[in-house]
Ligand binder design. Structure first.
Ligand SMILES: Nc1ncnc2c1ncn2[C@@H]1O[C@H](COP(=O)(O)OP(=O)(O)OP(=O)(O)O)[C@@H](O)[C@H]1O
Length: 216
């Protein structure tokens, strides 16, 4: 699928929760074909920041423009996005494949063959008959990754995507991210695995006391 050059413009983005400026006047410009790493201590607001970018949480003030469209006004969520924030959640009684089929039915952009290819890429192809409820935590994480990447979205938000993965799984994820960057996807990462974050990121941003600043 050909995608246009994607851009996200953030101006004076602020989120107040319980009288605390979790995000405090953040400004940034992100574009397709690049990987951005967001670093910050636990509780610094990375998940809140990502949740605002995908339209799940409304900002208290400021704006997010995705391809010049104002999020929350012109569009309620980005048109083409793959997201991992927190633990994956799927239907326990369905197999991994059936869960992906359900998600794919929303946009009807990818075939069962492509879903199977994605299952193979994340090394779940041989477990096709196992229901999600019987998955290990690593398999759950791999299915979450498959769901985020399968439609080749323009934007990928991956918050803690390496958790539960073994080293082979981390390599697999790195490969998927690099391939997404090659097809001009815009990728935002936050991860406790600092090596992973530094190795992949073209630019690093830091979140400290609500302030977002560009790093080296
Ligand atoms: N729904 C909510 N209601 C109230 N406060 C919240 C809510 N979600 C997050 N917070 C608070 O916002 C702050 C930032 O939380 P957030 O989960 O974004 O941090 P994080 O950087 O993603 O942390 P971690 O690395 O541990 O995942 C924390 O003080 C948290 O308690």
């Amino acid at each position: 699928m050909k995608i246009n050059h994607t851009e996200i413009e953030i101006e004076q983005l602020t989120k107040v929760l319980h009288n605390q400026n979790v995000i405090d006047g953040a400004n940034a410009y992100f574009e397709g074909g690049r990987v951005y790493g967001i670093q910050g201590d636990s509780g610094s607001g990375k998940s809140v920041f990502f949740s605002m970018l995908c339209g799940l949480v409304r900002p208290t003030a400021g704006s997010i423009r995705i391809n010049q469209k104002l999020l929350g006004t012109d569009i309620m969520q980005p048109d083409s996005i793959g997201v991992m924030i927190g633990r994956p959640a799927f239907l326990a009684e369905y197999t991994g494949f059936q869960n992906l089929q359900l998600l794919a039915a929303v946009r009807q952009e990818i075939s069962n063959t492509n879903i199977r290819k994605m299952m193979d890429l994340v090394k779940l192809g041989s477990k096709e008959r196992r229901r999600y409820g019987a998955y290990t935590s690593q398999m759950r994480q791999r299915l979450g990754i498959a769901a985020a990447f399968m439609e080749q979205p323009e934007i990928l938000l991956l918050d803690g995507a390496t958790s539960e993965l073994d080293p082979g799984g981390v390599d697999m994820l790195m490969d998927l991210i690099r391939r997404a960057r090659e097809r001009d996807a815009l990728i935002l990462l936050s991860d406790r695995n600092e090596g992973f974050l530094r190795e992949l990121s073209d630019e690093i941003y830091y979140l400290l006391e609500g302030k977002l600043s560009a790093g080296a």
